[in-house]
Design a protein around this ligand. Structure first.
Ligand SMILES: *Cc1c(COP(=O)(O)O)cnc(C)c1O
Length: 441
């Protein structure tokens, strides 16, 4: 079966949509392929426009904890749509979803809903700056916090402690206020606080970074960030847009016991509809307009359809006591299987997992930050990726993305995946060996 219709669809899209896609990673550039256009999803399975089926480990980049078209979510969205799609007034369902999140997330006393993770992190740092009356933020290389200007900054080289824009369109002025440090290096944070006294409003971190592949925090790293922020009166912001309701019901903060001042959420809390949120300490959140001076707003914030999808998802999580245990076990079977297969074929690799997030890097490791993640053999990944796609396994089309398991995934899906991985890794290893053999004359 070919990818004929997907290729044609991409050609048509490119005539009217910039780059043919509405978010860059969807274009499959990192794996050198033409993107697959999807038509439908059901449970763990995606179906593309050519009629090919895939076991899906992307799950819309994380939101679909219950899999595609979960009956309770579909029903909730349909019922909400029938009552009217948007009112621009407060509605009771916003409070219901807020109550669900406040009950689950240790750091959140008050919350505000927005429409994307980008909006959530952008608003959280404005609030942190307004509350502390300080200009700078600290972030970590390889952590992604959406595409707001303040986050599109790379580490400066050498002695330069200020960041540099990593996209045209972001000004030097903006870059000056973002300090970028390596992940898992608490001493660097400590030094930075000393170098910039009373200037750092917040330290923003993905507690389980899933946007450079999956990288785990070293023991006590997050706790040390907590202590340093308290000591220097900066706010600690956990960006749990990906890890919230994904690594466990209370996110990374419940798993690690480290409670940040502010938390950003998105993905799972919208159940597949556009939702983000930020929340935290009541005294900090009271700085938001209309109670306080920090402005933030949104025409479709707290949209009833999005709230309904999120509420149905979070209720399913709340009402199923063994849900995360099952996800964790299945994810472990998957990553242990992948690791065994890679070892069998003599492929250098490092696997990581947390709850229902997982990743495999094609490097010996250890992978602790962006620099070590970048040692991964991306050419090998591209070969493995294409072979997996051919065998009906849909992974994120980049080495530097996490994979996700849903409650719709079964042992049978995982077995099917491992069978495909065995053949794909053998195929990719043979291709690599061939490419490395000098051409005989
Ligand atoms: C996806 C993601 C974002 C951005 O969310 P969008 O809804 O894509 O704007 C921010 N932070 C993290 C950790 C994410 O994974």
């Amino acid at each position: 079966m070919s990818f004929e219709r997907s290729i044609a669809a991409f050609g048509r899209a490119k005539n009217v949509i910039a780059g043919g896609v509405n978010s860059p990673v969807r274009a499959f550039r990192a794996v050198g392929l033409s993107p697959v256009f999807m038509k439908s999803g059901s449970g763990a399975i995606l179906t593309d426009v050519d009629g090919r089926h895939y076991v899906d480990y992307v799950l819309s980049w994380g939101p679909l904890l219950l899999g595609h078209a979960h009956p309770a979510v579909v029903k909730a969205i349909a019922a909400a749509a029938a009552r009217g799609t948007s009112f621009g007034t407060p509605t009771e369902i916003e409070t219901e979803l807020a109550e669900c999140i406040v009950a689950a997330m240790p750091s959140i006393e008050r919350i505000r809903f927005v429409s994307s993770g980008t909006e959530a992190t952008m608003s959280a740092i404005r609030l942190a700056r307004g509350y502390t009356r300080r200009p700078k933020i600290v972030k970590f290389a390889g952590c992604y916090h959406g595409h707001a200007d303040a986050f599109l900054i790379s580490a400066g080289s050498g002695a330069l402690t200020n960041g540099v824009p990593n996209s045209p369109g972001v000004t030097e002025g903006t870059a000056r206020d973002t300090i970028v440090l390596p992940f898992n290096d608490a001493a660097a944070v400590e030094r930075t606080f000393v170098e910039h006294p009373d200037a750092i409003a917040a330290v923003v971190v993905e507690p389980y970074p899933g946007n450079m592949g999956l990288v785990l925090p070293q023991p006590d790293y997050l706790k040390r960030l907590r202590e340093l922020c308290a000591e220097h009166r900066a706010l600690l912001i956990f960006d749990e847009v990906m890890s919230g309701f994904r690594v466990g019901p209370g996110g990374a903060q419940a798993r690690t016991g480290v409670v940040p001042d502010l938390t950003t959420l998105g993905k799972v809390i919208g159940g597949g509809l556009p939702v983000g949120a930020f929340g935290g300490r009541a005294d900090v959140m009271s700085y938001l307009s209309p109670e306080g001076p920090v402005y933030q707003a949104g025409t479709l914030s707290g949209n009833p359809l999005a709230m309904a999808a999120g509420l149905a998802t979070l209720r399913a999580i709340r009402d199923d006591a063994t849900l995360f245990e099952r996800l964790e076990v299945l994810t472990r079977v998957l990553t242990e299987g992948l690791s065994e297969i890679a070892a069998k074929h003599g492929i250098a690799h490092t696997v990581a997992r947390a709850g229902s997030m997982f990743g495999i890097f094609f490097t010996d490791g250890p992978v602790v930050d962006l620099e070590s993640a970048m040692k991964s053999d991306t050419a090998f990944f591209a070969k493995y990726y294409a072979a997996m796609l051919d065998r009906g396994i849909y992974l994120a089309p980049s080495q530097f993305e996490a994979g996700f398991v849903s409650t719709a995934h079964t042992t049978r899906h995982v077995e099917q995946t491992l069978t495909a991985a065995d053949a794909s890794m053998a195929h990719a290893a043979a291709q690599r060996a061939q490419a490395a053999t000098p051409v005989s004359r």
